[in-house]
Ligand binder design. Sequence first.
Ligand SMILES: Cc1cc2nc3c(=O)[nH]c(=O)nc-3n(C[C@H](O)[C@H](O)[C@H](O)COP(=O)(O)O)c2cc1C
Length: 158
Amino acid sequence: MFDEHGLPRGAELDEAALPALYHFVYCSRAADGVDDAEVGRIVESAQRYNLAHGITGVLVFGSGVFFQWIEGPAAQIQKLIASLHGDSRHYDIVTLSQSEEERERLYPNWDMEKVEAEDIRLVLQDALESAEDKNNVAALTRILKQLDSGPLDSLGRS
Ligand SMILES: Cc1cc2nc3c(=O)[nH]c(=O)nc-3n(C[C@H](O)[C@H](O)[C@H](O)COP(=O)(O)O)c2cc1C
């Protein structure tokens, strides 16, 4: 079961066999009338759909703003991205990051977890630390500044 280094046999093989994982990260503004109850309904149906399609991730809702990280097989994520763009419950979608890589999931156990609004700053700061694209760094820095200065009225409009 374990080799001479005390590592489980096959561990290196598993690492080499990491599947290609597509991720899509964005911020958007909630449409008028989208409240906690509506977000609860979004999460409930998202969990059912995501579980059936190999999608995991996290959704943050606070101050009228969504932040979502979704990850899974490329074809499934592309389909969901198209649905998200056609969903009138939010608008001004700002793409922060999307790519396909061979790596582990960030949220392997979350079909779609809703994170409380107080945590939105931590989530955005985490995203900022790992952001490489300078446009994403600028977008995240702008959103964090807006969180400091009050309402996020101008998100996605500059
Ligand atoms: C902020 C936000 C996040 C969403 N996240 C998901 C999700 O993770 N999974 C999902 O299946 N639907 C999610 N939805 C719902 C989709 O936009 C869409 O309504 C659903 O996939 C049904 O799509 P269809 O009408 O094109 O079949 C989300 C909607 C919003 C507004």
